[in-house]
Design a protein around this ligand. Sequence first.
Ligand code: PRX
Length: 632
Amino acid sequence: MYERSIKDPAGFWSEIADAFYWKEKWNPSEVCSENLDVSKGPVHISWFKGGKTNICYNAVDRNIEAGNGDKIAMYWEGNEPGQDGKLTYSELREKVCQLANYLKSVGVGKGDAVVIYLPMLLELPIAMLACARIGAVHSVVFAGFSADSLAQRIVDCKPKLVLTCNAVKRGPKPILLKDIVDAALVESEKNGFSVGICLTYENQSVMKRQDTKWQAGRDVWWQDVVTNFPTKCDVEWVDAEDPLFLLYTSGSTGKPKGVMHTSGGYMVYTATTFKYAFDYKPTDIYWCTADCGWITGHSYVTYGPLLNGAAVLVFEGTPNYPDAGRCWDIVDKYKVSIFYTAPTLVRSLMRDGNEYVTRYSRKSLRVLGSVGEPINPSAWRWFYNVVGDSKCPISDTWWQTETGGFMMTPLPGAWPQKPGSATFPFFGVQPVIVDEKGQEIEGECSGYLCIKKSWPGAFRTLYGDHDRYETTYFKPFAGYYFTGDGCSRDKDGYHWLTGRVDDVINVSGHRIGTAEVESALVSHPQCAEAAVVGVEHEVKGQGIYAFVTLVDGVPYSEELRKSLISKVRTQIGAFAAPDRIHWAPGLPKTRSGKIMRRILRKIAAKQLDELGDISTLADPGVVDQLIALKDC
Ligand code: PRX
């Protein structure tokens, strides 16, 4: 199949796409049209041009029409054990249609943006599907982002409406989401954009409506309006290349990038990757621990599984609440057969000991999956031997927000695995490793990972900034999509991802731009300059290590350290809080003023005998000062 997908991509993908419902078929001569080479004109990618479809119809209605209306589409396990729910495909369609009808009634239509800031309630995938049904463009913002980050995204995509809920509990801790949204809406208004409607779900088990702050005229209770609408809603047929969603992700500058995915190609790609990478069978119960606020939750909680008619488990809570056995308790409760998670979760549960795992049967498990960062071989082995009882293959899926779906992954049982390797490319994907000059290197090698040719799930642009799209992804190596990752290939052709080669760090599988953290730190009135690097972290993969130069005369203090960290929490979100602040009287800079991060990375990693040549620094003395301050 792989060979065919490369030799005849149009034929290969057309046959797969034929299994979906298209209101109008695509133009057979335009299955794929692309230019990835900036020297030949603007970069563009399109798949199934001329086709008209709807991903919500294919993910929901098509399953009902196939006779699976009574099959469970989604199970929901709440934060507290014992809190649960479920929806059949027919019930899911009713909920989606009611919300879609409400959205239409307030003037949301095809092409309009809707921002969704919700925790992992079923209302989150329902909201995504409702937008898709009417051709609106959803932009889900992970509900761990701060008010400032939410405001930044709102100002960029100018939604007709924001969807949220009043409060949620994460583990033992209540979080007042509506307060965060209120602050974000004030902030976006200051920046010239005001949101007309804030549709708020009353999460009654956590907070009653009378305790919720309310702005009459703008705020509307979901339960008061949505349930009054009809449970049927016509589908808006959209062009294959119409936008489906925007999802903001971090890059090497401070401004997040609005990654834009379109409808047709994304639909075909997420469904196909899901089916093969997890060896999906209709009897499977599938659980992906990702939040819908990230791409994994878009492609592999919502669209990919539902497009296959799967039963998906949505989990609101955290893996160590009430204790470190929660995941395996859930696996047994629902008889989960496919379990897809991140290495950081594996490492953190591994630390808590095997008893939390072995006290549960886990006998339903069949396939395991990993995503978000390279999985280190020891975590891989623990996942395989202890969690999977040495019988479940692990699909180590390498991909990105930009790629829409899996790019490299083992196919369970199809070829021998090597712990820590994402193995080989998925159908239609042509990875190449290039050197600094952009020359492809063959055989056993290491270099920059690029992709030759497009694939249906590829992102089509960065919202409102096609120049940045070309500059970031297509200019570094002419004619290729540049992933931002380093990669080596071994003698057997297996691929080993070695991490980001740009100024992006990967903390617990979350992508964070060093520039974003630096700009949050320097907005502190007592911070003169900051430089952030990633440093190895036992559980998170990478931790955030910040070198901070204070304004002249300000003394170092524990209080100041805390207030700098809290600045990052409020500007980005708690997940981006630095693990270490290292006071820096000065930063190592070249004579032209460029910060030499290479040296900072070595100091952070305590590899002081590997600092390399420091003679090109404007003031080599700063290195000694930094080393002297390492324990502050
Ligand atoms: O560095 C790679 C790493 O995560 C980056 C993409 O992050 P994001 O767009 O947030 O998407 C995460 C979920 C797809 C990549 O550039 N990454 C993701 N999966 C793997 C990985 N690194 C190694 N192995 C993986 N399986």
